[in-house]
Design a binder for this molecule. Structure first.
Ligand code: UDP
Length: 280
């Protein structure tokens, strides 16, 4: 709710609180953006069955609203559709390497089912659908305690505690700043493309390199003892992840503008406030 505070006096905005896993009718709409799902591994592992339900029944219910009102539809999909990828960087034509019964399957398979559902509503019901495959995203308003790597490392560095590195930290991720992601999603929402489009920043970092960037941005000097705590690597944690964004570039003229260092600097005040609020 705190993230909606600035819309309190906006008369073009209204909030309906509902469970999309149950059929519901918001009345006529022009566009449905379906972003509903826990997204952090810590959250979806805790809410496994709920994650499966929102990514199946929930997606079907929101598609039904688009069909009923002739609305356009955009679905938030994910790089997790590629699983622990054997193709690098990941192109949209790659079908992925996903463990259908592993711990992450509650998220991965729900998101893959959602993609099938979106394509089916496009094919069978002619709904004007779009799908974005979102890669790791960060920025102000990222939940400070949601367990993801940027929020964890930023908060740990600000608290002055140990930075947790899962495994040896050689696994890679490619981090996209939130405003770049939003720009890409809006362009896609106005396009004619119905198949998935990767939106992410192809700058690829090992988790150790990422921790180093965080320490420099927070101002932990190089000479200071680096406090890294190595914890076990979670099962099926993808070894590497990097989007091929040539499709988004070709179709939408989109590419990200904010490199990791700059994005972390832009996020610092927000995480500082979170750290202060935590102490209060
Ligand atoms: N990770 C880490 N320390 C943390 C949190 C995450 O080393 O405190 C690692 C995690 O094992 C993964 C990567 O950072 O390899 C990204 O994890 P995250 O949970 O942010 O999202 P994922 O990309 O796995 O969905």
């Amino acid at each position: 709710m705190a993230n909606l505070e600035h819309l309190r006096n906006e008369n073009r905005f209204s909030l309906i609180e509902a469970d999309i896993c149950e059929a519901f009718d918001p009345g006529p709409v022009d566009y449905v953006f379906n972003f509903a799902s826990p997204a952090s591994p810590a959250d979806y592992l805790r809410l496994g069955v709920e994650t499966l339900r929102v990514g199946s029944a929930g997606t079907l219910n929101t598609l039904e609203i688009a069909r009923k009102y002739g609305a356009k539809f955009l679905h938030a999909s994910t790089s997790e559709c590629y699983g622990d990828p054997l193709v690098h960087p990941q192109t949209e034509s790659y079908w992925g390497h996903v463990n259908p019964i592993g711990p992450r399957s509650v998220y991965d398979e729900a998101k893959r089912f959602s993609e099938a559902a979106v394509m089916a509503y496009h094919r069978y019901h002619n709904v004007d659908t779009h799908m974005v495959r979102i890669f790791n995203t960060y920025g102000p308003r990222l939940q400070a305690n949601d367990g993801r790597v940027i929020s964890n490392l930023m908060m740990q560095a600000l608290r002055g505690g140990e930075l947790t590195i899962y495994g040896d930290g050689s696994q890679t991720r490619s981090f996209c700043y939130v405003s770049d992601l939003i720009a890409g999603i809006l362009l896609l929402s106005r396009s004619d493309e119905h198949e998935p489009v990767n939106i992410g920043n192809p700058e690829e970092w090992t988790i150790l390199e990422c921790a180093q960037e965080v320490m420099e941005v927070v101002g932990i000097a190089d000479g200071e003892a680096r406090k890294l705590a190595h914890l076990p690597l979670p099962q099926d944690d993808p070894a590497r992840r990097k989007p091929d964004i040539s499709k988004a570039n070709r179709l939408l003229g989109w590419s990200p503008k904010i490199p990791l260092r700059k994005g972390l600097e832009l996020s610092l005040d927000y995480f500082r406030e979170c750290a202060v609020a935590e102490k209060a």
